[in-house]
Design a protein around this ligand. Structure first.
Ligand SMILES: Nc1ncnc2c1ncn2[C@@H]1O[C@H](COP(=O)(O)OP(=O)(O)OP(=O)(O)O)[C@@H](O)[C@H]1O
Ligand SMILES: [Mg+2]
Length: 261
């Protein structure tokens, strides 16, 4: 049974002028347990919309999402979400931010301490536990946000351009940390990015969405181990193929939108 099953999802928004904006058109996708799937597509095609529907934060116009065979209705502890901006509570320290969900879920103190230690160390924030978000770099805040999500031990992690606001080197480090975490924890991950290089580096499969109304234009298998070289010739070949398919789809995007290919 797939961990996530996206079935015939359609989403039409009504904008401020009362016009219909069809974001998603008949999206069907199964994600296997432990699989890492990246979603790429042009700005405004509906990537965040799709992720929010899977997260149970937004209702689809039609269709359904199943998690382990059960329909998703509203948010669930089994689904963890990491957005572009870590949105930490500024008045709580790193430790208290990571602990937040655990406190709400009334996880007993001993287990809470254990999880805090494990995940703060997993994202390499040892020594920063008592700092406030304003005292951290953007990359560190993002790591604290990831630790907060992981600490809840969700089956599925949804990430929406989580590294797009950090500098290149930090982004590379965070990508490598995510691969390590994924290997250690065997999570199912659905990851939105507009950076093709990032997608092929991280994913088992890359799903390309077409411009709006968005459909699945193509799916690319990445037949490499999770730990792979960034300049593996096969990766570069697949990245170039994705870029070519995007261009042939006539997608109107800035030259450097997809990262440096
Ligand atoms: N609440 C809303 N009301 C009306 N239209 C909306 C709403 N939210 C999103 N849209 C429209 O739906 C489309 C898809 O938006 P979405 O944010 O999912 O795109 P995206 O692929 O995540 O874009 P980006 O790469 O820029 O983050 C866009 O055209 C957007 O303007
Ligand atoms: Mg988006």
């Amino acid at each position: 049974m797939p961990a996530i099953s996206i079935k015939n999802i359609n989403k039409t928004y009504i904008d401020q002028d009362g016009n219909e904006v069809q974001a998603l058109h008949d999206i069907n996708l199964d994600v296997a347990e432990g699989e890492f799937v990246c979603i790429v597509g042009p700005s405004g095609c509906g990537k965040s919309t799709l992720l929010e529907i899977v997260a149970g934060l937004l209702d689809a116009t039609s269709g359904e999402v199943l998690l382990d065979g059960q329909p998703v209705h509203g948010t669930s502890r089994d689904i963890g979400v990491v957005f572009q901006d870590a949105s930490l509570f500024p008045w709580r320290t790193v430790r208290k931010n990571v602990a937040f969900g655990l406190e709400i879920a009334r996880v007993p103190k001993e287990e809470r301490e254990e999880r805090l230690k494990r995940y703060i160390s997993m994202v390499s924030l040892n020594g920063f536990e008592n700092k406030y978000p304003a005292q951290l770099s953007g990359g560190m805040r993002q790591r604290a946000g990831i630790a907060r999500t992981l600490a809840m031990n969700p089956k599925v992690i949804l990430m929406d351009e989580p590294f797009s606001a950090v500098d290149h080197l930090t982004k590379c480090t965070l990508q490598e940390e995510l691969i390590n975490i994924r290997q250690a924890e065997n999570k199912t991950v659905l990851f939105v990015t507009h950076d093709i290089n990032e997608a092929v580096f991280l994913a088992d499969r890359v799903v390309l969405l077409s411009p709006r109304p968005s459909t699945i234009q193509k799916i690319y298998e990445i037949p490499l181990e999770q730990k792979r070289g960034r300049s593996d010739p096969l990766l570069l070949k697949i990245a170039a193929e994705i870029a070519k398919d995007i261009n042939s789809g006539g997608q109107d995007i800035p030259n450097n939108y997809w990262g440096n290919l």
